[in-house]
Design a protein around this ligand. Sequence first.
Ligand SMILES: Cc1cc2nc3c(=O)[nH]c(=O)nc-3n(C[C@H](O)[C@H](O)[C@H](O)COP(=O)(O)O)c2cc1C
Length: 198
Amino acid sequence: MSKSASCKNNIDVSNKEMKAIGVLGSPREDGNTAYLLEEILSVLRKELKTEMIFLKNYEIRPCEGCCFCEESHKCIIEDDMQKLYPKIMEASVIILASPSYMGGVTSRMRAFMERTWCLRKGQLENKIGTWIVVGRRRIGGAINEMNEYLDRLRVIKVPGCSGYAFRKGDILKDKEALKEARMLGERILKIVKKVHSS
Ligand SMILES: Cc1cc2nc3c(=O)[nH]c(=O)nc-3n(C[C@H](O)[C@H](O)[C@H](O)COP(=O)(O)O)c2cc1C
């Protein structure tokens, strides 16, 4: 698992203009989901700046349902999510990556998703969004959660990639998932070019 470990919170500081962010909801920075995410980011890095956002490094409270954002389009909660809003806004590609926990995304990913409710009114239109889900056996509703989320944010949604793995490193045995992740990276690059040349 050295590949993902060497890319911890990787920020590529080259001169490329557009950026892809990978949002990692696993508590394991060098786990299976991180590995699959890094497979995609390594392809995207050919033409885009990339950054992996490890949610465990951020204190993110759940949405309080105050609806302050209804008019202001801003979230009133003062926590580390305020550091992430600018990163989301500047990204052209957003990849959500979570293991399946009890048949859904992790609570860290759920909190992140809830807290982007303030961006639901088209602020993310024309960005490309996709997902990665890794589970041991029964992924359950995690993929559906990601799909529903991306619909609400009105991004250009690209079908994501799932992998089957349990212990750290098991994802290396899921060759199909690794291949799919790289293909997804190539597909995103093609779409980025089309969207931004039109
Ligand atoms: C609390 C917890 C709940 C889990 N629930 C599920 C589940 O519902 N379905 C499943 O297929 N795997 C489940 N798993 C297994 C993880 O999805 C699997 O180990 C995954 O590879 C972890 O990804 P990571 O290495 O990126 O952290 C669960 C693991 C934990 C720790």
